[in-house]
Design a protein around this ligand. Sequence first.
Ligand SMILES: CC(C)(COP(=O)(O)OP(=O)(O)OC[C@H]1O[C@@H](n2cnc3c(N)ncnc32)[C@H](O)[C@@H]1OP(=O)(O)O)[C@@H](O)C(=O)NCCC(=O)NCCS
Length: 182
Amino acid sequence: MIVIAQKRVALLPPDVAYAERLFALIDDSRETLRTWLPWVDAARSAEDSRQFLAGVAEGARSGSACASWLIGLDGELAGCIDIHGISKLHRSGFLGYWLADRFVGRGVMGEAAAQALDAGFGALELNRIAILAGVENVRSRAVAERLGFIREGAQREGLHLHGRYHDACQYSMLAGEWRARR
Ligand SMILES: CC(C)(COP(=O)(O)OP(=O)(O)OC[C@H]1O[C@@H](n2cnc3c(N)ncnc32)[C@H](O)[C@@H]1OP(=O)(O)O)[C@@H](O)C(=O)NCCC(=O)NCCS
């Protein structure tokens, strides 16, 4: 049995041992998740989740442009969070996240994102972390705004999902701003 840290919200390193539980989580919430996450339709089996986890675990070892964590809540797997598009040159990256339906509306992502930002501005030594959220993705934009991200503007048709373009809000947080808030 896999034991997830007993803290309320914990970021867990990706491990293929979570593949079946991760796939079940995605499968249960796929209708909600696919609205804003383009990879959901391609996640069709636990083997797809195993390959995803193996890839991010290998990326973590080899210092890839993406740092990913599973989100644990009181012993259950709740979702995922990552910092992707990391530029070591510019010391910047993008925060991405999702929660299974039954964990939404409980403040889980606010806490998980705070921990990911601590890692991004800490061990990963980033100076800037951005969030790109569809203008109509009200819940994701609220996560960014509650954390104190600054809205920089809108990308016109910055997202292409299910055959439709969506304008996207770009937010950012700088290392000094995050330290001042913590
Ligand atoms: C985006 C997403 C992660 C937001 O989840 P969320 O649960 O709304 O975000 P938070 O963890 O910040 O929780 C805030 C909510 O919890 C409530 N809450 C309850 N207890 C809380 C607590 N102790 N602390 C903070 N908030 C709490 C807040 O009131 C708020 O609810 P409300 O918006 O209904 O008022 C989720 O909607 C999701 O996974 N969406 C699909 C994927 C997606 O769009 N990803 C982002 C792509 S850019």
